[in-house]
Design a protein around this ligand. Sequence first.
Ligand SMILES: Nc1ncnc2c1ncn2[C@@H]1O[C@H](COP(=O)(O)OP(=O)(O)OP(=O)(O)O)[C@@H](O)[C@H]1O
Ligand SMILES: [Mg+2]
Length: 410
Amino acid sequence: MNANSPSIAPAQPMHFEDLILEQGDLISKKLHLLSMQQFPPNAKKLLRQFSLSEVAQFLGVSQSTLKKLHLEGKGPLPQTSSSGRRSYSAEQMAELRQYLDQHGRSEARNYVPYRRPGEKLQVIAVVNFKGGSGKTTTAAHLAQYMALTGHRVLAVDLDPQASLSSLHGFQPELDMSPSLYEALRYDDQRRSISEIIQATNFPGLDIVPANLELQEYEYDTPLAMSNKSSNDGKTFFTRISRALGEVDDRYDVVVIDCPPQLGYLTITALTAATSVLITIHPQMLDVMSMGQFLLMLGGILKPIRDAGAAVNLEWYRYLITRYEPTDGPQAQMVGFMQTLFHQFVLKNQMLKSTAISDAGITKQTLYEVDKSQMTRSTYERAMDSLNAVNAEIAELVHASWGRKVLNGPA
Ligand SMILES: Nc1ncnc2c1ncn2[C@@H]1O[C@H](COP(=O)(O)OP(=O)(O)OP(=O)(O)O)[C@@H](O)[C@H]1O
Ligand SMILES: [Mg+2]
């Protein structure tokens, strides 16, 4: 070996745990430095302006209605570019909703779609133990879409890997933000969920970030279950619903991004859920693994029901993700799922698009990226597919509230 090359193998045999501790420490330190340069702590994520056509779509009004309001000097004042194009901030979109509700002529609908008395908080769990099935991408875009269409949304990152948090500008290694573990823990250091919730760059969207500490819940729960003097462990599955109960009146929709395992975190999220989205990439191995997931999940939930916590869902759906309709086997697999599961498969699919993956590389969602940085047709195709999926889910949410008219893009 060249004397200058870094040594790959230690001179003396090393214990595996020492080796991985050393390498884990090395990589964490280097990545920390890199992150400090690229994303300094406390660097606040900002949100772009939204074009007139986007605002019209999210509000469910015509562009001419918005232009007329501007010309008459009513509602918030948009920014106007040198070429005369109007754009609004997300905060202004929320102001427009309020304005339209106060001054609009339509009695038939509300532009501010908040829950009314008797309408239950919607808790949507996004699950599948198959890694990379699109859970986080789905959860992030759904939470942001619901916020952009005027709902009060809480996103909960339940994956210790914290991908949903980092998409929202939280870096568990740097920020030291507490995770939901703090509200779930069994000892006397438990905190209220309201102390853990953080605002995001999207008005109307808050988040409970994740960090590695969440993993402790997987070890603590079996210990708590074996504790004879307390019932806490035996009723572990109520812990997320209890935490959410504390902030029930602040939100309309909660979106939970689950980790890619069928552990206690996922089970606890499912028992708190009012609806479930199973993300599935339409390939043979993925669908086979999902079949296993369903069987295991059913097997776990049965005894939980016997223990008094039934998972009573308003709806549950399969969402086809990263779909390439021109790929024959994928199209066949989608047909197969539709034949087997009928209405349980969402009608709209999330298409595979470099617009989504490229945005992800810069820790952004498609709702955040600047369209001008992408090929127009690629961006629009991805956005159409995304909005169609999210509108279909929003419709299910509104149907759970017994509403027929959807406040948002058709
Ligand atoms: N529609 C899409 N088009 C292109 N790339 C996508 C799409 N959806 C997700 N991806 C990419 O696929 C990868 C996995 O997606 P994602 O992180 O959402 O999956 P996941 O199920 O949350 O994964 P994990 O199980 O590790 O939590 C990411 O790099 C993401 O950018
Ligand atoms: Mg994920």
